[in-house]
Structure formats: structure tokens, C-alpha cells
Design a protein around this ligand. Structure first.
Ligand code: FAD
Length: 384
């Protein structure tokens, strides 16, 4: 039986980051990933020249761990513009970053999407967050995000047409019961950083981390089936022993291995369509807080021109299902998108869809450190 100082279970962002750190400290370890590729939730498919991430995901250049772990220049990040285009049932109104384009935001006031008080609240909050550390934010008084916005005094149109679809798209939470601590954390990240996608797609992030690890230390196609004390039993392979185990799987997989209660997850469905005309000519995110199926969409091609073949355009739509089992068909999205683009959506070619049932954990309570009730010191929990 092989012996290691540390075994990492899971080759997503968390497991790979642990591996990179152990590699830097010359520690004897092995990473076991059940799939044939690393990356976990951060995967990208290339289909007929179209680059499709498994769900709409962005990297903020302000994420503290990303700045420490990644070489952002090599990822050749493609930034979104810092404007959002908010749909109110009849048309789109542009909203700008609170510090950047005051004229745009005054127009949004004229169009009754924002009020002067909204701009004041954004600015006041922004200045106070700039002075706060991540742990101060994650230890602040906690309530639901929606209640927090109401307490701050945002107008209902700002909440309904801008804040709700923007942060539903991040938390994948239709009810906005996600912790206000997490909202403050993300609000700060988007305030000081830029939302980007790597030129080669989101999977370039885990691939870059893995490139710092010895290929012999990363074993794909190795599923850990069970753990008995320090012994890990692996599907179709010999068992191995380890002094320490880092579990970097998602919560449902960890709950099976360590027999604890699963936490609930949020779901999302993401659809990609090809168009022959550039229907959107900017790099902003479109948000729909009206009662449609679509929550947000953007032109992948305008953010990252190499994500589609020449003279073809890729649109990405995200919808948050009312319940995890709800299967949304691409034709429902095309039909819903007629509200913005008319009948021409019927000419679009469907490229691919990702119906992700366990996308991100429900996070009604957020802490500044991971809490588990595992009564042992040879197992560490990491990541989602
Ligand atoms: C649609 C979507 C949108 C998102 N948007 C963003 C965003 O915009 N910005 C952002 O920062 N984050 C976003 N996230 C979250 C981000 O993708 C995750 O937080 C992150 O990828 C989680 O990494 P992880 O390593 O913790 O877990 P995972 O990526 O889940 O990796 C766990 C790995 O463990 C492996 N595994 C499981 N069981 C076993 C086993 N028994 N044996 C061996 N291996 C096992 C799995 O195959 C997997 O590879 C989004 C996620 C989704 C799904």
C-alpha cells in the first residue's frame, strides 16, 4: 500500500490550490480526482469553435486568493464593462459603477430606475467598505441580503431591476435569503476589481494552478469510495494510506465520504446560442428583474472575441430555476428572449446548455472560517 504525508481528494480550485501550496513546500502528497479532467466546477467546452463555460462564471481581479495564487497576466483576462443594462419590462436602462460614470447614473434617475438616494447609499457604502477587511465584513451583523437592502433604504426599482437580478446571478438564489455578509463581500470585490473571463475560458484557471504541480502527483480517474481512519479506498485501484487528508470535494460528496448531513444547493441553467449578427455591441451584462425566465445574458463574443469563430456571435443566457428539478428547454429561452430581440430568436442556432443542479451552496450563514463537526485532526475540509 502506498503511503503519503497528505492526500487531497478533489481536483477543483480548492484541491489544486492545496496541491500547489504543498508542492511549494516540498511535501509528499497526492491529489485524487474522480473525473478524467481536473477543474471541478470550472470547466470549458469548445464546440465548433464556440467556447462554452459550464455556467456563467467570472473572476474578479480583486479576489484576495486569486491575486495570491494566480498569474493574472498569463490568463489574458477579458473584462466585462462595469455597466449593467437593466430591463424593466419595456426596455433597457444602463447603470454605471457608482464611481465611474455619473452622467449614465443621472440618466438612470431620469428613467426612474434609480433615485438620488440610491446613488447616495451606494457611495456611502462603497467608502465604508473600502476601509473594511474581509474578516470584518464576514463578521458583520448578518441578515438576509434582501432585508439588508431594504434596511439600507434602496428604492424598490433599484432593488427589483438592478440589485436583485445582479446578485441572483451570483448567489443563484431566487429568494435572496443569502447572507448579507456575502453580499457585502461581493459588492466590495466588484467595486474594486473587474469581472473578467480568461481568454481560454474559465477552465484556464484550474489548469494554470495545476501547471505548478508535478503531473505524477495529480491522479485523475481516481474516485475515493470510502475512508477508514487513515486509509482511503479508491475505485478500481489499490487503497492508500495518508497521515493527513484534505477533503476538497463539494459538500454533497464530502457528506457521503464522512457521513454528515448535506447542505442544500442552488441550481442554475446556462444556454448558449449562435447568431449571425452582432445583436449586442458592448461588453456589459444584461439583467432582467421582470417576471421572465431569463435572469441575465451577455455577448460572449464581445467580451472575448476568440470565444466564437469569425463572423459568428455567441450569446450566453442564465436562468435560475424555481426548483432544482425544473428542466428548462432551450426553446423556452428563445421564446423568452423574444421580449428583447423579437422573432429573430427563431433563427438562432442552439450551441449548448448546462443544467447545473448543485451549482453553489445555499449560504444563508457565512463565517470567516470553515466550520465542521468532524471530531478529528487528521482531516481538513476545503473549498465549496
Ligand atoms: C454556474 C456556476 C457559476 C459560478 N460563478 C462563479 C463566479 O462567477 N465567481 C466565482 O468566484 N465562483 C463562481 N462559482 C463557484 C466556483 O465555481 C466554485 O466555488 C469553485 O469552482 C469550487 O471549487 P472547489 O474546488 O471547492 O469544488 P469543485 O469545483 O466542486 O471541485 C470538487 C472536485 O472534487 C471531485 N470529487 C468529488 N468527489 C470525489 C471523490 N469521491 N473522489 C475524488 N474526487 C472527487 C469532483 O469531481 C471535483 O472535481 C460558480 C459555480 C457555478 C457552478
Amino acid at each position: 500500500m502506498d503511503h503519503y504525508d497528505i492526500v487531497i481528494i478533489g481536483g477543483g480550485l480548492a484541491g489544486l490550490t492545496a496541491a500547489k501550496t504543498l508542492e511549494e513546500h516540498n511535501i509528499n502528497y497526492i491529489l485524487l480526482e474522480k473525473n478524467s479532467t481536473i477543474g471541478g466546477k470550472q470547466r470549458t467546452d469548445t464546440l465548433d469553435g464556440f467556447q462554452c463555460d459550464h455556467g456563467f462564471q467570472v473572476l474578479s481581479t480583486a479576489y484576495p486568493e486569486a491575486k495570491k495564487t494566480l498569474d493574472l497576466d498569463t490568463l489574458r483576462l477579458k473584462p466585462f464593462s462595469r455597466d449593467a443594462y437593466c430591463y424593466n419590462g419595456s426596455g433597457f436602462t444602463r447603470i454605471a459603477h457608482p464611481f465611474e460614470n455619473i452622467i449614465t447614473n443621472i440618466t438612470a434617475i431620469h428613467r426612474k430606475l434609480l433615485t438620488p438616494k440610491d446613488l447616495f447609499i451606494f457611495s456611502k457604502l462603497a467608502f465604508s467598505l473600502l476601509k473594511k477587511s474581509t474578516s470584518e465584513i464576514l463578521e458583520s451583523t448578518e441578515k438576509s441580503t434582501l432585508d439588508y437592502w431594504k434596511t439600507l433604504g434602496f428604492s424598490s426599482s433599484c432593488i427589483y431591476y438592478f440589485l436583485s437580478p445582479f446578485f441572483k446571478g451570483i448567489f443563484l438564489d431566487n429568494t435572496l435569503t443569502t447572507s448579507s455578509r456575502l453580499w457585502l463581500y461581493y459588492f466590495k470585490q466588484f467595486l474594486i476589481g473587474k469581472a473578467c473571463i480568461p481568454e481560454q475560458g474559465i477552465q484556464a484557471i484550474p489548469e494554470q494552478i495545476a501547471s505548478h504541480c508535478s503531473p505524477n502527483s495529480i491522479k485523475t480517474g481516481h474516485e475515493v469510495l470510502s475512508i477508514e481512519k487513515n486509509t482511503l479506498h479508491i475505485k478500481n485501484a489499490d487503497s492508500i494510506k495518508s497521515k493527513l487528508i484534505i477533503c476538497a470535494t463539494s459538500n454533497p460528496a464530502a457528506s457521503t465520504l464522512f457521513h454528515f448531513k448535506k447542505i442544500p444547493y442552488q441550481s442554475v441553467s446556462c444556454f448558449y446560442f449562435e447568431t449571425s449578427e452582432p445583436l449586442i455591441k458592448h461588453k456589459g451584462l444584461h439583467l432582467d428583474g421582470s417576471k421572465g425566465l431569463i435572469n441575465n445574458f451577455h455577448s460572449v463574443t464581445h467580451v472575448n472575441p476568440i470565444a466564437s469563430p469569425k463572423n459568428k456571435y455567441l450569446l450566453s443566457f442564465s436562468a435560475i430555476p424555481e426548483y432544482p428539478e425544473r428542466i428548462i428547454h432551450e426553446n423556452e429561452i428563445k421564446k423568452d428572449a423574444q421580449r428583447y430581440f423579437g422573432n429573430q430568436t427563431e433563427t438562432w442556432n442552439f450551441v449548448n446548455k448546462y443544467l447545473i443542479k448543485e451549482a453553489v451552496p445555499v449560504q444563508q450563514h457565512v463565517y470567516s472560517s470553515i466550520r465542521t463537526n468532524l471530531n478529528t485532526d487528521h482531516i481538513l475540509m476545503s473549498g465549496d
